[in-house]
Design a protein around this ligand. Sequence first.
Ligand code: BGC
Length: 746
Amino acid sequence: MTRISFLFTIVFSVIIVCSSCREQPADTFDTYGKKADSIIKLMTLDEKIGQMSLFTSDMSSTGPTMRDDYVDLIREGKVGAVFNAFTVDFVRELQKIAVEETRLHIPLIFGFDVIHGHRTIFPINLGQAATWDTAMIEKSERIAAIEASAEGLNWTFAPMVDLARDPRWGRVMEGAGEDAWLGGLIAAARVKGFQGSSLSDNNTILGCVKHFAAYGAPQGGRDYHVVDMSDRSLYEWYLPVYKAAVDAGVASVMTSFNEIAGVPSTSNKWLLTDLLRDDWKFNGFIVTDYSSINELIPHGVAADLAEAAKLSANAGVDMDMQGSAFLNCLNNLVKSGDVSEKTIDEAVKRILVAKYRLGLFDDPYKYCSKEREEKEIMNAEQLAFAREFAAKSCVLLKNENNILPVPESVRTIAVIGPLADSKADMLGFWSGAGQAEKCVTLLEGIRNRTAGTVNVFTAHGCNVAGDDVSGINQAASVARRSDYVILALGEDRMMSGEAASRADIALPGVQMQLAEAIIKTGKPVVVVLFNGRPLAIPELDHMSPAILETWFGGTEAGNGITDILFGDLNPSGKLTMTFPLNVGQIPLFYNSKNTGRPINPENPYEKFRSNYLDSPNTPLYPFGYGLSYTTFSYSDVKLNKESFESNDQIVASVDVTNTGDRDGEEIVQLYVRDLVGDVTRPVKELKGFKKVLLRKGETATITFTINPADLSYYHQDMSYSFDPGDFELFIGANSRDTKKTAFSIR
Ligand code: BGC
């Protein structure tokens, strides 16, 4: 027997052994760790380093191209995983090289940014969060995983859970907004959706929570910029969202580009090893963000690539995304003793365990079924769900005189604006393998709904950006000819997402001029907003009678928004990120501190108070806000007791009545304030919510149960507990409009 066929036999015996251990508990690190160890024993150092290297294919690009020889590298056993490669044929082709042409035949993992859908694109994540519907969010990720895995993929770089309080940062579109508790629930739902009940199923994929950590808090909202915050803020607000994903069993973690307090995450041993592995017991694998090892050089913590590779390997990174730093430097670093081979073995083990969990050693072509690729992508059921999800993510910001829904009597509608008929923009940023031509625009949605009954006119008016006003008059004359106008304004899809920070978050270009001209016609005008972040639009709010926030709704955006506009569905979304009045107020979020000199609400400009000379402190639309076509009234809040022991349950209830003339869903929110703490506490903290359907005229008693332990926080000594004392409890329709009561804990 030659040496090669001997090794081949051993590796395949290992593979056969593991295929026959179905009766053993699946999916566990221990079960697969032993099998991984037996492979590691056979591996050369270079083969191990190969497993720790991830390269992009040339099919799609999500960062600067750094090398294009990934096929040769796979053949040489220098690649453990590939990203930006999908479709059954292409994945099979690359997998075949890894499995048939490398010495140890170890299969590749295939990753991709499946962020808000794979082929069927759902609303951007910030829009999804506005549903407050974790079951729907989980289902959307389940569909995304089914579609992605039907096209050869088995790893998504999601969920992105970065808490964000600065809407200038373009990546707020990918997250769940400004609240850590709600963000944690959504993070867990996403992990469950992607990973299902077992990663060994052929339609589940590895999740990758990112970007660890605190990438959502860059100074000035500028992408990739420095993050510097107190440990207390980090622990209390920013870390729990990643922790929620880890507790939900996420299979991998991605490091962030940013530094925290001077230490870039990719070389931060405290973050990756002490906290993530030792405290949180994370046993999946850690991948860098795109070339973030290399970026340790411009960050100024490594003099050259070798030092960068050493720092990140020793900090706890298992896999290098696209940078070739591990590939080029780790071998010498092991030889020189700067990185131990034990460190390498542990990293490789985690990566091989992930391959076992996916079942790739049983069948490397498990995700390469032509039949699934044809049947399980963009089918009618998935599209119907996408439509409902697009509708449910809409947030009605204003609706004076019930101008919405569009009255049945309307015979001519003008659909005007740069976003009225833009297929590509419906996708939003990070649109996976979504195809613009498959998207339904607002104009198409309205035409689908009204075919034969209403005349639909359209005009572009102006572009999203730029200063060309030449189309505005013509658009106004189209409006004048119509009974009713729908004005589609906002940002284009590239104005949010990665590397898309904005210093000014007003409506771009000359769109305000278009809005003025159209509103001046005196016709009923409804503004439909498309955007990837909260916008500062006080003038638009002042001027237009109705505004519907629709984010970027995905493949079925136009149909879903039309369902809302025409009242086939009643809007129920609520904001998970504050809309400021102006950029100067940023960061502006609901769970702020009171300060020693709080604003006087009776006299907001009083001197020597924490306020501005030229702006109120209050936002345009607060966290939790969103209207419905019906109205809800809230009774006073009742508590089971006024004073509690530390092991009591606090039961709060309120009667909510649908006082309008149609059925509707309401998101009832509960907030708490700890009046006296060891450290200062926020003026309100979300501690519960319930989304309920109330028929017209119906009253329901909504009950919340919280435990004193839910009121815990980090004290001066960083211990985490709650204090006896006095609290306020609020229940209401958003973080501003609430009914208040008080209780104490003895
Ligand atoms: C982004 C990540 C993404 C990666 C791979 C990076 O630029 O920050 O979120 O997963 O590219 O596409």
